[in-house]
Design a protein around this ligand. Structure first.
Ligand SMILES: [Zn+2]
Length: 946
């Protein structure tokens, strides 16, 4: 009131003054625009050209004309790069832009094919010739030699698969211009020998995400400080839409970008692949040769070619006076990095890591100020140097390429005396996906026309090899095929470090306390997908090469045997992965779904334990239509039944074995401190794999979320200790009221904090003084229900034998805490371990007694009493299935829990010690996660229902 009165009293005076004021002076100049990098600086002084010796066709627009600024002045948007390439296509006779796919966010993925005019006229013939070299079956020596002499080699230049490693994509336009417009011999002679396929922007969604952050944090005044918001904020720009690291996706193809690239790459089968990345701003430039360990079947000729390529690149960089280095890090163990995957396809894969200047200028520790354009220049010069090396050595490169492919199909090649055999039928959907996974990468899969026997079949679980008969329809992957080395690398059950690499890794851990290994040490999909596969001696199995396992006709609803009778309900077998998706979709459609805790027979067939039932009388008149819709969405089969009575001793359909599930509204915690990578995997596992709505709950404003509206809350991996402490009370209340709290990896560790009072499960470090009791509990649980009661013990009071002795005492004098701290250093970087499954628990639907699980990090969760361990890690020598597991890690992890479940009031807490959703790679553990989310609220909790 007071303020209003005062305003009224001065208003007339203000108005009078305003009319009396002299005219305002004109603004001195138009407003400056924000300085995105070095654009302003280069308005007056053009920067030095990247390739000063090269002459260019003036009819082709320069990068500066294409972008309206010099190359590398600032990070270009994806659409600017695409528009630039299309303008080059319109003005140059050498360049063609091809669309190869779309990202999740709908952005176009392209490659630019650059060839001399002469080569451009015969591109289909060149591609056909390269395909002949890539699969030389049936090619004579003379024909092979003719192709080697006459065919241009293919160089694949790929940029910025990590969206926030941006200089590569900016370099791509400069490289495209260089080859599209260059008229001097350094360009034309290269194009006589090489066709270039340029993949300019491998991760447009990630690039655009980080670029918007860079633009929003730019100011009027140039700031060369290396820190600040220009590095981006959660979830950063590395991953694609679902935050997947696509440089780890090549062997698993979980993302559309990867699948598009598989097809495009295999259409060209290049001899060189450049994979341009960035690393920390204080670093310089890393280029291959890579460091050890190498995948056991890593092609030796690639290691030799690295020397050739980098010798030429070094000369170019030395001429500029630039820093660079090789071999210090980035190992070649996992075969699914861009460069490693390309190498296993037959190319020489080369990695670049350029120091990261995030679209601006940065002052380094030395005081040197470096610009983004300098980083772009290094990327461009590296690409051009490597392409020139391929051109110079074209014939030799193709000859060795052909020789390697001939070796791949040769029965005498080491390892080619084996074949991989997959018995089908236990997991139809998984097996279909597995065939697709192999075939799309170019691996040939055959389906046996008749039954066959092998004398020694070795399974993935370290069981002794045995003679075995396989039925007709069994899948066979021969090692005698063009991708032989890759078949062995991807499908080997237990690839092992060589002695030197093992010693170096151990030394790093003992002396520095950090691993040298760059990423996971195990990956085999046979284990991660829990498939029934074997390695056997090679045999020529009659059968057809297949493209897919998908059956030709796929009825979604199967009529009841007694089709004339009224329908009682519909049953979906619980074994296949489509079952859990069916349950989720059916509940989305409002159907009541029951989960049966025993196997049973009905509708003329057997159903596995944890099969699903929809009763007609519980679901209204359109139940049948909704069941059909859910089955279609889920790719599942629903069997109609006309009666509830069991034909044998199994459960009747109307009884208590059939638990009513509860529809889950799902929230997933997002934003810092959740690990963005792990969050993305969880999001993808629910949104894409299950197809259910997911609410992304902001960890930074969590209290504004009404948790009561959700039945499930998922905490992905991350350093959530402080966050869980802050929100422990809300989480406790919500869980007790019926919520299902699911925590993964670091979040599970945070939930185990005794002060949070969320679970009785504990981190090993918190219970080191009472480990014996946990180990005894684990051993009791392991044998529970398996020992026949001895009547003499029961009725005649004979002495009871304890199931297992307590662990040996440590004699070293080391305290338990000291020992725990020492052992933790040897945490696995990514291994496959033997999990023991609690088969009478709903979390185990679709699993059998043992489940290979993925494990990384140092969380060891111990559980007893009220906490049930749904999947426990096996003991001692049985624990490791694949990857590098040091004895210290084995000691910490044996008998620990991989997945626990604990009833808390009306709700429950489910913990996964290591994320089951890791990169979407491992479908075995993923199933347990899906069971937790979909079956959890009804089967393990008591949420509020209407
Ligand atoms: Zn990278």
């Amino acid at each position: 009131m007071k303020l209003a009165l005062r305003l009224l009293s001065i208003l007339p005076i203000l108005c009078a003054c305003a009319t009396a004021l002299p005219q305002a002076p004109a603004l001195p100049q138009a407003p400056r625009s924000i300085d995105f990098g070095d654009i302003g600086r280069w308005k007056s002084t053009p920067p030095a050209p990247f390739f000063p010796q090269t002459t260019y066709d003036s009819k082709v627009p320069t990068v500066e004309q294409l972008l309206g600024r010099p190359a590398g002045a600032f990070t270009a948007h994806h659409h600017e790069i695409l528009a630039g390439l299309r303008k080059l296509e319109a003005s140059s006779k050498r360049l063609t832009v091809e669309t190869i796919g779309r990202t999740h966010e709908g952005r176009e993925l392209v490659v630019a094919v650059i060839a001399s005019e002469a080569n451009r006229a015969k591109l289909p013939a060149i591609r056909a010739a390269i395909q002949r070299l890539a699969d030389p079956r049936g090619i004579s020596t003379e024909e092979g030699e003719r192709l080697v002499k006459e065919t241009p080699a293919i160089a694949w230049l790929a940029y910025s698969i990590h969206g926030d490693e941006m200089s590569g994509t900016d370099a791509s336009l400069a490289v495209a211009y260089h080859y599209a417009a260059g008229t001097s011999a350094d360009v034309t002679e290269v194009l006589d020998q090489v066709v270039i396929v340029l993949d300019p922007c491998m991760n447009p969604d990630g690039r655009e995400r980080i670029l918007s952050m860079l633009e929003q944090s730019a100011g009027y005044t140039t700031n060369v400080d290396r820190d600040g918001m220009h590095r981006g904020r959660w979830p950063y720009g590395r991953g694609n839409h679902y935050l997947y690291d696509m440089n780890r996706d090549w062997s698993f193809g979980t993302q559309p970008e990867t699948r598009a690239r598989w097809a495009a790459f295999r259409a060209w089968m290049p001899q060189l692949l450049v994979d341009a990345h960035e690393m920390g701003a204080m670093d310089t430039f890393l280029v291959y040769p890579a460091t050890d360990p190498f995948t056991p079947t890593f092609p030796a000729y690639t290691k030799r070619w690295w020397q050739e390529y980098t010798a030429d690149l070094s000369k170019e960089f030395d001429a500029q006076g630039w820093s660079y280095y090789t071999r210090e890090w980035a190992d070649s163990w996992y075969p699914g990095y861009s460069d490693a995957w390309a190498t296993f396809q037959g190319a020489c894969g080369i990695l670049y890591e350029q120091a990261r200047f995030v679209g601006t200028a940065i002052r380094r520790l030395s005081g040197e100020v470096v610009t983004y354009r300098e980083g772009v220049h290094r990327q461009a010069l590296g690409s051009v140097a490597n392409t020139a090396t391929l051109a110079k050595n074209r014939e030799l490169a193709l000859r060795e390429y052909l020789a390697a492919k001939r070796q791949a199909i040769d029965p005498a090649t080491p390892g080619n005396e084996r074949m991989y055999v997959l018995a089908t039928g236990r997991h139809p959907e998984r097996e279909q996906r597995f065939v697709e996974l192999l075939v799309r990468q170019g691996i040939e899969v055959k389906r046996a026309a008749a039954a066959f026997q092998v004398s020694e079949a070795r399974g993935p679980m370290h069981t002794p090899a045995t003679a075995r008969e396989f039925p007709a329809g069994t899948l066979v992957v021969s090692t005698r095929q063009p991708l032989s080395a890759y078949v062995k690398a991807l499908l080997d059950f237990d690839p092992r470090y060589d002695q030197g690499s093992l010693a170096r890794e151990r030394k790093e851990l003992e002396t520095k306390g950090v691993p040298k290994s760059y990423d996971v040490t195990a990956w085999t999909p046979t284990l991660g997908w829990d498939l029934d596969a074997y390695w056997c001696e090679h045999a020529d199995i009659a059968g057809n090469t297949i493209e897919s396992l998908t059956p030709a006709s796929n009825p979604r609803v199967v009529a009841a045997p007694d089709a004339a009778a009224p329908i009682y309900g519909w049953i979906v077998d619980g074994q296949d992965d489509s079952a859990v998706r069916f349950a989720a979709q059916a509940m989305e459609l409002g159907l009541n779904v029951h989960l049966c805790n025993e196997p049973f027979r009905n509708a003329g067939r057997s159903f596995a334990r944890w099969s699903l039932l929809v009763r007609r009388h519980e679901n209204g008149v359109d139940a049948g239509a909704r069941v059909a819709e859910a089955a279609t969405r889920a790719n599942a089969v629903a069997y109609a039944t006309s009666g509830a009575r069991s034909p044998d001793e199994g459960p009747d359909l109307g009884g208590r074995h059939f638990e009513l599930l509860a529809h889950a509204r799902i929230a997933v915690l997002s934003n810092t401190p959740v690990d963005n990578d792990s969050f993305g995997h969880v999001w993808h596992a629910l949104d894409v794999e299950l197809g259910v709505p997911v609410t992304l709950a902001d960890a930074q404003s969590f209290r504004s979320l009404d948790l009561r509206r959700y039945e499930v809350l998922v905490l992905a991996d991350g350093s959530l200790g402080a966050w869980v402490s802050t929100h422990a009370e809300e989480l406790r209340e919500w869980t007790r009221a019926g919520g299902t709290l699911i925590a993964l990896g670091g979040a599970a560790a945070a939930v185990c904090n005794p002060e949070a009072q969320l679970t009785q499960a504990r981190l090993r470090g918190d219970v080191v003084s009472e480990l014996d009791s946990y180990v005894r509990a684990a051993r009791r649980a392991r044998v529970a229900g398996t020992i026949e009661p001895n009547p003499s013990v029961v009725f005649d009071a004979q002495a009871v034998q304890e199931p297992a002795a307590a662990p040996k005492k440590d004699e070293s004098g080391e305290t338990p805490e000291e020992r725990e701290a020492r052992l933790r250093v040897y945490a696995p970087s990514g291994v496959l371990l033997r999990g023991e499954v609690l088969e009478d628990h709903w979390l185990s639907a679709g699993c059998r007694a043992e489940l290979p699980v993925y494990y990384d990090g140092s969380n060891a969760i111990y559980a007893k009493d009220s906490v049930r361990t749904a999947v426990r890690l096996a003991e001692g020598a049985r624990l490791r299935l694949g990857g590098l597991l040091w004895p210290e890690a084995r000691e910490r992890l044996e008998n620990a829990s991989w997945c626990t479940v604990e009833r808390v009031g009306n709700g429950q807490v489910i913990l996964f010690a290591s994320a089951p959703t890791f990169r979407g790679w491992f479908r075995g553990p993923l199933r347990v996660f899906h069971n937790a989310v979909v079956y959890g609220p009804g089967a393990g909790a008591n949420p509020v229902r209407d």
